[in-house]
Design a binder for this molecule. Structure first.
Ligand SMILES: *Cc1c(COP(=O)(O)O)cnc(C)c1O
Length: 483
């Protein structure tokens, strides 16, 4: 029997391979049933059919050399131009299509670093100021680029604290960052105020609108009150916006926009001193598929302003229903003031992760956040028909948990438990964290036999996050190693 970890001696038939994949895929999450929040941003069937055809057209085309494939270069220019207009940029705004938010963010930071380096070659150890709530991609980029990340605390409303920002700026600061909105709480940082500070101090200012870039503009057109977050704020120098989120494109497409061409050019990479000819890239990747780029363009064309507005409208109607439904359940409340369809909710009874476990048992895939302890929803197209079911289930989960009189693990006990769990690693890491989707670990705390204390409850009470890093590293290794 082939174990599939070695190259088969003889090739398999297409039928056998497809049958095998279908078999393997049975363990994947069934997002199509609308019970998964986030991760998958899938448009309606007709749009999906279109993307499947576009994928076929561009399966092998390489966007690295756009002189060979000018249609992709053209597609990229169209996407950038459409995004720039949506985000109220003028004719001087320039940018690129990248493989995702992470690459857009990496490039924005690289562009700033290069630009500043040309102007102030003596500046050593540059710093970027990052609100505590920014996406980890900024920390990844800072690590890769050798830029020091300075953490900016949040206000009580989970938005970046501008007073602290002013205090943290020094002569090494090259860039400040705000989110519109943040992943964790779905709130928009005080972009207008931050923009003023950036202008005054002559700093670059990146707005991470990976989630909001293709959603907030349509909300604004639908007359929702949205704080300004785009190029209308003079201090904003770059914006990232993901096509593969609310642009409803296939995975592998995001847009990075800059206020000026000069800043955009600082993102490019050129190397001519090797035997292989002149080499230049606008983005981070070398060879790259044309398919996600052209999928993204197809989605913009397919939906148009009207289509996106209709989708946004439908989504926000569902969000409003979910919000009021959640608040109507005793003890539950929305965290902060989320502006779009990204939000977290917590429980005054301190049992929110247990509620999350119960939801998981009923087939819902829902993320946890650690500060504050809360469950996290990104409401996308597949969820829209499911709001009533979600609220009914949520109500039942809350009841089930409260009947359970399960004692909440105190912070002290949590740390002890956490340490115990860690000494049990690495052997059990993947088993324990394999339950991440349920956010839970069986700690034998249960009174009824099947309820469990939350791994996340423990995780959020551990002060020393380096221990947590080890747990996650072990998890990554184990889940990416053949068993
Ligand atoms: C998703 C996301 C990112 C990172 O984007 P990827 O496409 O996952 O690389 C950055 N910022 C925010 C706010 C996001 O939601």
């Amino acid at each position: 029997m082939n174990d599939y970890f070695t190259l088969p001696d003889k090739g398999m038939t297409s039928e056998d391979i497809l049958a095998l994949l279908e078999q393997c895929k049975k363990s994947d999450a069934k997002w199509q049933n609308g019970r998964m929040f986030g991760y998958v941003y899938s448009p309606e069937t007709k749009a999906v059919e279109l993307m499947t055809k576009v994928n076929e057209l561009y399966l092998f085309e390489n966007a690295l050399n756009t002189s060979l494939f000018p249609s992709i270069a053209q597609g990229e220019i169209q996407i950038v131009s459409i995004a720039a207009r949506l985000l109220n940029g003028d004719a001087s705004v320039a940018g690129s299509v990248t493989s995702g938010g992470t690459e857009s963010i990496l490039l924005a930071m690289k562009a700033c670093r290069e630009y500043i380096h040309k102007q102030k070659p003596t500046l050593k150890d540059p710093e970027v100021i990052l609100p505590w709530s920014v996406h980890p991609a900024f920390h990844k980029a800072a690590q890769l680029l050798g830029i020091k990340a300075i953490l900016l605390p949040l206000q009580n409303d989970y938005r970046a604290d501008c007073n602290a920002l002013v205090r943290l700026i020094n002569e090494k600061t090259i860039l400040i960052v705000g989110s519109a909105p943040s992943y964790s709480h779905g709130v928009v940082d005080p972009i207008e105020e931050m923009g003023k500070i950036a202008l005054e101090r002559n700093l670059f200012f990146h707005v991470d609108s990976c989630l909001g870039g293709f959603f907030l503009p349509f909300m604004e057109k639908l007359d929702y009150k949205i704080p300004l977050f785009d190029f209308r704020i003079p201090g904003v120098t770059s914006i990232s916006a993901d096509m593969h989120k609310f642009g409803y494109g296939a995975k592998g497409a995001s847009v990075i926009l800059y206020r000026t061409k000069e800043l955009w050019r600082s993102q490019f990479f050129v190397h001519c001193d090797w035997p292989g000819g002149l080499f230049g890239c606008t983005t981070f990747l070398g060879s790259r598929s044309g398919a996600p780029i052209m999928d993204a363009l197809a989605m913009l064309m397919f939906h148009g302003m009207e289509g996106y507005m209709a989708l946004t409208n439908k989504t926000m109607k569902a969000v409003e229903k979910l919000k009021s439904g959640i608040c109507a359940i005793e003890g539950l409340s929305i965290v902060g003031e989320p502006v779009m369809c990204v939000l977290a909710f917590s429980s005054s009874k301190k049992d929110i992760y247990l509620i999350g476990d119960e939801l998981h048992n009923r087939g819902w895939y829902i993320d946890r956040i650690m500060y504050p302890e809360a469950l996290h929803l990104i409401i996308t197209n597949p969820n829209l028909e499911n709001t009533d079911r979600f609220l009914t289930d949520l109500q039942q989960c809350v009841k089930a948990v409260r009947h359970n009189t399960l004692k909440r693990v105190s912070a002290g006990v949590g740390i002890k438990l956490g340490k115990k769990l860690m000494t049990a690693f690495p052997g059990k890491t993947s088993k324990l964290l394999g339950l991440k989707a349920s956010g839970s670990v069986d700690t034998k705390q249960s009174t009824g036999g099947k309820s469990s204390a939350s791994f996340y409850g423990i995780a959020s009470s551990i002060e020393n996050k380096t221990n947590l890093n080890d747990i996650v590293l072990n998890y990554l290794e184990r889940t990416h190693t053949a068993k």
